[in-house]
Design a protein around this ligand. Structure first.
Ligand code: ATP
Length: 454
C-alpha cells in the first residue's frame, strides 16, 4: 500500500478561553496517533517574526509532519478540519482571531516554502503571497481562506526542513482544564534550578541565575503549565521527570523548534531596512549613548550605506548598561528589529536585542597643549592649525593628538537577561553548541500519549 507524507501548518488557534496553537496541536496529535499515522519528526514549533504587530505572544506556529497510507487521506483531512473548527469555534465572533490550517502533501517541500518561511521569519508577509504559494504547490487549505492565521500556518511549513539550520527542543506540559485561567503555576523553583545545573550544557534558559528565578512558567491564562528548553530531547524528558510539580499535568510533548537560534538575525545594510523587519546591522558607533526618558539608551550607527538611531530599551536591562559604555569609533554588530515611524520618532529606528562589540576604539583625539603655557589650544580653523587662548601662541602645523584610553568594556557578545529575551534569540550558553548539520533522533517517548499508548 502506498504511503504519503503530510505536513500540516497550524496557527492562530488561541482562544479567549485559554486555548493556544500548541495546545490544539497536541490534541490533534492524539487523534492522529489513534488513526495510526507515523510521525517523521517531532511537532515543529516555528517562531516567526517577533516584531509582527498582530502577534498575541511569541508569534509561534506549529507543523506536524507524518506518513500515512494514501487511501486514508480524505478521512484525515476531514478529521483535521473538524478538530480545528471545534477548537476555534468558541472564538468565532472575535474578529482578531483568525485560525489558519493547511496541509501540504509530498516528500519534498518546494523551495517556495523555504523562501516563505525566511520571509515570515524576518519580514512582513501578505496573505496574498502566502495563498499564491499555496495554490502553486497544491497545498490544501482547511480553514477560511481570508484568515490571517494562514500566513503563519503556510510559512511554518518551510521551516526546519533540513538539518542545515540550527534547532533546539522544548518540552511543553499542559494544565488540566479546571486549572486554566489561574495565573499561578505550582512548580517548585528549587527543582528547576537543580535540573538546570545538573544538565548544564544540554538545558538552557530555564533558570535566570542573574535574577535568581525560574523562567519556565508563563503568567497568563493560557493552558501551558511549563516549557523546558534544551538541546537534546531525551535529556529534556529526563529533566522534566525531576521537576517537582504540585498540580495535575494533563499531557506533555517535545517540540523541535527554531527557538534560541538567532534564525531571524540575517545581515542587512542600514539603507535597506524597512519597518518591522528583523536583522543584523554592522557598523561604527557615531554618537555618545544618550539616555532618554523611560530609561532607554539611544546611539547612532553608521555603515557604508547609511545611519540609523538604535535604541536599547529599558527591559533589555544589562544590555542597556553595556550600550552606555560605547563610545564613537567602536565597531559593533547589533541584532534587532526595525521600529516603524511614529509621532515621537518620525523616522524608522532599530530596536536592539543583541550586541556584539567587535572592535573597541582605544584612542580619542585631543587638541594639542600649548608648548609655551601648557593650556589646551583651540582650533584656528579647518587646516589652519591651533592657537592658544591664554598666551596667543599660534602653530599653523599643529594637529590633534591621539590619546590611548582605558576601557571598562570588553569585546564580545552581549544579550539581555534570559527573562527578557525573545524566543528566537540565541543565549550565550548555546554558542558553539549549535545543531546545524546534525540529524536529530526521534525518540520513542516524545509525548505522553505515546507513553500511555492512548
Ligand atoms: P499563539 O501562541 O496563541 O499562537 P502568537 O503570539 O503566536 O499566539 P498569533 O495569535 O499566532 O500570535 O498571531 C500572529 C499572527 O500574525 C498570525 O495571524 C500569523 O499568521 C501572522 N503572522 C505571523 N508572521 C507574520 C509575518 N511575518 N507577516 C505577516 N503576518 C504574520
Amino acid at each position: 500500500m502506498s504511503e504519503i507524507t503530510l505536513h500540516i501548518g497550524i496557527d492562530n488557534h488561541d482562544t479567549p478561553q485559554g486555548g493556544c496553537t500548541t495546545h490544539f496541536s497536541i490534541l490533534l496529535i492524539r487523534k492522529l496517533l489513534q488513526k495510526g499515522v507515523e510521525f517523521i519528526d517531532y511537532p515543529n514549533l516555528i517562531r516567526l517574526n517577533p516584531n509582527i504587530p498582530w502577534k498575541t505572544r511569541g508569534n509561534g506556529a506549529v507543523v506536524l509532519r507524518f506518513r500515512v497510507i494514501e487511501k486514508q487521506l480524505e478521512d484525515l483531512l476531514e478529521l483535521i478540519r473538524n478538530e480545528s473548527e471545534a477548537y476555534t469555534q468558541i472564538s468565532r465572533k472575535t474578529k482578531y482571531r483568525q485560525p489558519g490550517i493547511a496541509v501540504f502533501v509530498g516528500n519534498n517541500i518546494p523551495n517556495e516554502y523555504r523562501w516563505l518561511y525566511k520571509k515570515a521569519l524576518t519580514d512582513v508577509v501578505t496573505l496574498d503571497i502566502a495563498l499564491k504559494i499555496a495554490e502553486k504547490t497544491q497545498t490544501i487549505i482547511l480553514s477560511n481562506k481570508q484568515n490571517r492565521g494562514l500566513i503563519g500556518a503556510l510559512s511554518a511549513i518551510g521551516g526546519l526542513i533540513d538539518y542545515q539550520e540550527d534547532y533546539t527542543f522544548e518540552l511543553l506540559a499542559y494544565r488540566i482544564i479546571e486549572n486554566m485561567g489561574k495565573r499561578e503555576r505550582l512548580v517548585d523553583e528549587l527543582s528547576v534550578k537543580r535540573v538546570e545545573l545538573k544538565y548544564k550544557g544540554y538545558l538552557f534558559s530555564n533558570y535566570d541565575f542573574e535574577n535568581d528565578r525560574m523562567v519556565i512558567t508563563p503568567h497568563g491564562p493560557d493552558p501551558v503549565l511549563l516549557g523546558l528548553r534544551g538541546d537534546k530531547p531525551d535529556i529534556l524528558v529526563k529533566a522534566f521527570g525531576e521537576i517537582k510539580v504540585f498540580e495535575p499535568i494533563d499531557f506533555w510533548c517535545v517540540f523541535r523548534t527554531n527557538q534560541a537560534t538567532d534564525a531571524h538575525l540575517i545581515k542587512r545594510n542600514i539603507s535597506t531596512l524597512r519597518p518591522y523587519q528583523t536583522g543584523l546591522i554592522e557598523g561604527e558607533v557615531l554618537s555618545k549613548p544618550k539616555p532618554e526618558p523611560g530609561g532607554h539608551i539611544r546611539i547612532y550607527i553608521k555603515d557604508s550605506t547609511g545611519v540609523i538611531p538604535v535604541y536599547f530599551y529599558e527591559p533589555t536591562k544589562k544590555l542597556r548598561e553595556i550600550a552606555l559604555k560605547l563610545i564613537p569609533g567602536d565597531y559593533v554588530r547589533i541584532g534587532g528589529s526595525v521600529r516603524p515611524p511614529s509621532s515621537t520618532h518620525p523616522k524608522i529606528s532599530f530596536n536592539a536585542e543583541k550586541l556584539e562589540v567587535i572592535k573597541l576604539n582605544r584612542y580619542i583625539e585631543h587638541n594639542p597643549k600649548c608648548p609655551q603655557c601648557g593650556k589646551t589650544m583651540k582650533s584656528a580653523g579647518k587646516d589652519k592649525g591651533y592657537k592658544c587662548p591664554r598666551c596667543g601662541y599660534y602653530d599653523p602645523n599643529a594637529r590633534k593628538i591621539l590619546v590611548r584610553i582605558e576601557r571598562s568594556l570588553k569585546e564580545g557578545i552581549y544579550t539581555p537577561p534570559i527573562s527578557s529575551m525573545h524566543h528566537l534569540t540565541k543565549p550565550l550558553s548555546r554558542y558553539g553548541r549549535e545543531n546545524n548539520g546534525k540529524p536529530f533522533i526521534l525518540i520513542n517517548e516524545w509525548c505522553s500519549f505515546k507513553l500511555t499508548g492512548e
